[in-house]
Each structure stands twice: as C-alpha cells, then as structure tokens.
Write a protein that binds this ligand. Structure first.
Ligand code: UD1
Ligand code: CA
Length: 464
C-alpha cells in the first residue's frame, strides 16, 4: 500500500487579473516563496511515496519551482480540477494505496493538518475523506450537501440553488482517495455544469451513490483552508503566514519590536537573542546567528550572518557577514561580499563582490567593487575603486594595515601593499608597494595676498 499526493497547479488564476502569460497563480510569492512551495513543504513532511504536480498555464515557471521535490505532469488545456487529476493517470492509476489531492493555491495548510486528515482516513478505513471548513462567508467555495449527517455531494458556487447557497460548510479542496477507485471514476466525469468543466468534486457523489465509504474531516482552524484566488486573498494569506513565522521566532527567543512590520521568510533561520527592529525584511536562505540586532528599515536576502552584529538601515543581499560588525546606517552590500569580523561600514557605502578582513573601517560615502581588502585597513571618506572600464570588470587588492586617504580613486586592476598610505584626493593607477606613500594630485601653490586681488577684480566686473 503506497501513499501518494497530487497537487493541482495548472489553473490560470483569472481572478489574479495578471496580463502576464508566463506566471501561474500558484507561483505568486508570499514572503519571497511561491505559494505552491508552501503546499509542497506541507506534503514533504508526510513521507509519501510519490508527489505529482499538475502544471499548465504558466507551466514552465511552476515546473521550475516544483520539479526538485515532485514529478511534473502537464495539463495543456485547463478543463477543470477533475481533468487536471486525470493527467496523472499514466503514472498513478495502477498504484495500490491512497492519494491526497490538494490545490496549489492553499498555502496556509500545515503538515500537521494533512497528517491528521490522513490518519482519520486510515483509521476509519474510508474510500474517501474530504476536508471541510465552516466559513462565515462561504461565497466562492463548493458547498457540502449532507443528508442525515453524511456527505451526499458537493455543489460548486456557480451551480448552487438558493437553498444550497446558504450552506456554510465548504469543500476545502483537500481529499484523500482510494487511489484505484479515484482513477476509475474520473473516466465517468462529464462537464455538465455551469462552468462546462470536469469537476473533481463530482467524483464525491459517484462514490456515495456506489456505496463507498465517504467521510468528511472538519478542520479545526478554518483559516488554514483559505484558497488564494485573487490578490486580496494573497495579502490575507501573507499576513497569516507572516504572523505564524514571527510568533515561532519570538517563542524561540527572538525579539521583535513590531511584528506587524517584520517580514521573515519561511526558509530563514534566526537564533536566540536576535532583535529585529521595525520595517525589516529578512528573506531567502538567510541564516542569522545569536545576538544580532537588525533594523530598523533593513532588507536582507540570502545572507549568512554570524553573531552579535548591528545592522541598521541597510540593504544586504547574497553575502556573508562574520561576528561583531557594525553595519550601516545606509549601507548597500551585494553579490558575494564576505565581511569578516569587527568591521565598521557605512554611512552611505556600496560594496559589491568584496572580501574584507577583520578590523577594517570604511565609514562614509565609498564605492568598493571587485576587491580583496585586508585587516585593519582604513578607507577614508569618499574613496572609490573604479572597477569598470566600460567593458571589463577588474579586480584589486588592498593589503593589511593600509591607509586609503579620503577621496582616493583606485583605478582597477591595482594592488596597494600592506601598511602603505595614499594621500587624500589621489587618483592611483600604479601599484603601491608595502610601506610606501603614494600621492597623485597637482602640487599646491599658495599666492600671497592674491585672495584680496581676486575679490577686487570681481567687484570691478560687477560695477561695470
Ligand atoms: C475548488 C473546488 C471547490 C473548493 C475550492 C477550495 C472544484 C470544481 N472546486 O474551487 O469545491 O471549495 O477549490 O479552494 O474542484 N486547476 C488545475 N486545472 C484546471 C483547473 C484548476 O490544475 O483545469 C487547479 C488550480 O490551479 C488551483 C486548483 O486546481 O490550484 C483549484 O482550482 P480553482 O479554479 O481555484 O478552484 P476553485 O474555484 O477555488
Ligand atoms: Ca481556489
């Protein structure tokens, strides 16, 4: 007996009102992760034998998201949820066991709830268990029609009678089926309904009529079953997921000044005694060690952070940071930067593809690109590494203990040796050896009393 899952993710998502042909509804992101990724994560915890995702509209994008963790099947024309499941027939129809079916647009479902659904199906020896929820406003969902407490059928919104429209128990769109029986009955579906589609939900009444054992499983938290059909739903789902994640981290020892303006991605790892200040987003595969203070107003994506750093008003992506650094306010770091320990960076610096070793300072208004910078270096205000000649990007290095005077322009590729010194305002285009002083600017000339002469000249000109 095997256990399988099918995720239906081929629909266009007309209600998202997008003009793009390449984006499926289920690839819309929540905290940087596509919706369908949340569904896959919930299923992955169940130790299933196979997971199949049905892709169609915008299918290349959906495929690229799910193919690592599931088999992909195409539904070229989207003729309804029943038709979508039929597409998995070639791979699954002969399998002995049970199959969970869920939608790619229900990102709030948890593994815990899916696991409870599966246990209920197994302990009751059902042929079909369908998850239901009670909604105050059931509009848009399929309604559960019961007789003497037992499920009889599901009626879609478009096909509801006035009476059925008042039913508050809805189909959550998650089912566990006896696999072989499911694929047998799918062949009998017809598109006789208001939408002209093959409804998966029509299989339910077939099971009931044939005397198979059908039960409903009422979910304890109805919110989990919310389907994201439009961008308003998307924002509601985002808020719920965000608060779930924030709560988890706060209970694990992370402080958040204002959880309402704190956005932590689902795959981010935080550690004890981190403090996240308001208006901060930490996304992607970011990992933060203990005791970091991040924010206010900071954005981190795919950043590996050690311990005890202070990061304020900064934007940092695809980089790694060691321990005890002071970063920002107003620092931008991108593309494979490695910032080691006890370093001070910001205000108003941009760093790209730079490695910086311990105890270095660069406090104001610099651009540093494509370089290795040693230990205990001081980079003066307004210094620039000119790393681009219009065609090529070139690499430079600055040795330990070097002192780069304010306003130095280092024309890449260049090597500035350890313990060397560049004079303020220099344009350096020749390598500087260790312990040397390099100055490259016009020599100063002072003209005695000439300031007064200049002023007299100017006044005369004005009076003409
Ligand atoms: C569906 C259910 C409804 C339930 C609701 C729960 C049907 C007929 N209706 O309605 O009873 O209350 O979910 O959220 O099943 N899809 C495909 N191929 C298709 C059509 C849809 O893969 O041809 C996918 C979509 O990408 C989506 C899922 O199936 O992930 C559900 O489709 P959607 O159109 O959102 O169905 P609902 O109208 O919400
Ligand atoms: Ca839906």
């Amino acid at each position: 007996m095997g256990r399988y899952a099918i995720i239906m993710a081929a629909g266009k998502g007309t209600r998202m009102k997008s003009s793009r042909e390449d984006i499926s509804k289920v690839s819309f992101p929540i905290l940087g992760k596509p919706m369908v990724g949340y569904v896959l994560d919930a299923l992955k915890g169940l130790n299933l034998d196979r997971i199949v995702t049905i892709v169609g509209f915008g299918g290349e994008m959906t495929k690229s998201i799910v193919e690592k963790d599931s088999e992909v099947v195409w539904q070229k024309e989207q003729k309804g949820t029943g038709h979508a499941v039929m597409m998995a027939s070639d791979i699954l129809s002969e399998e002995e066991g049970e199959t969970i079916i869920c939608c790619g647009d229900t990102p709030l479902l948890t593994g815990k709830t899916l696991s409870a659904l599966l246990s209920s199906h197994e302990t009751n020896h059902n042929d079909l268990t369908l998850m239901t929820a009670i909604f105050e406003d059931p509009h848009g969902y399929g309604r559960i029609v019961k007789k003497n407490g037992r499920v009889v059928k599901i009626v879609e919104q478009k096909d509801c009678s006035i009476e059925e429209d008042t039913i508050h128990e809805v189909n959550a769109g998650v089912y566990v089926f006896n696999n072989k029986e499911l694929f047998k009955d799918l062949k009998r579906l017809t598109p006789n309904n208001a939408a002209g589609e093959y409804y998966l939900t029509d299989v339910i009444s077939m099971f009931v009529k044939d005397g198979k054992k059908v039960d409903s499983f009422a979910v304890s938290d109805a919110k989990e079953t919310m389907g994201v059909n439009d961008r308003y739903n998307l924002s509601k789902a985002e808020k719920i997921i965000r608060h779930r994640i924030n709560k988890k981290w706060m209970l694990a020892g992370v402080s958040m000044d204002d959880p309402d303006t704190t956005y932590i991605g689902p795959d981010v790892k935080l550690s004890q005694d981190c403090v996240i200040r308001p208006n901060t987003m930490i996304l992607g595969n970011s990992r933060l060690g203990k005791g970091n203070v991040v924010g206010p107003n900071s954005y981190l994506e795919n950043v590996e952070v050690g311990e005890n750093n202070v990061i304020e008003y900064s934007h940092i992506t695809d980089s790694s940071i060691g321990n005890g650094n002071n970063l920002g306010p107003f620092l931008r770091v991108r593309q494979n930067c490695v910032i080691e320990n006890n370093i001070h960076l910001g205000n108003f610096n941009e760093l790209k593809n730079v490695t910086i070793k311990d105890d270095t300072w660069c406090m104001h208004l610099s651009y540093l690109g494509d370089a290795d910078i040693g230990k205990n270096v001081n980079i003066g205000c307004g210094s620039i590494i000119a790393n681009y000649d219009g065609v090529n990007k070139t690499h430079s290095s600055i040795g330990d203990n070097a002192f780069i005077g304010s306003g130095t322009i280092l024309i890449s590729p260049i090597t500035v040796g350890e313990s060397s010194f560049t004079g303020a305002g220099s344009v350096i285009n020749k390598d500087v050896s260790s312990h040397d002083f390099a100055i490259a600017r016009a020599r100063q000339e002072n003209k005695e009393g000439y300031a007064d002469t200049l002023k007299e000249k100017a006044l005369k000109k004005a009076s003409k």
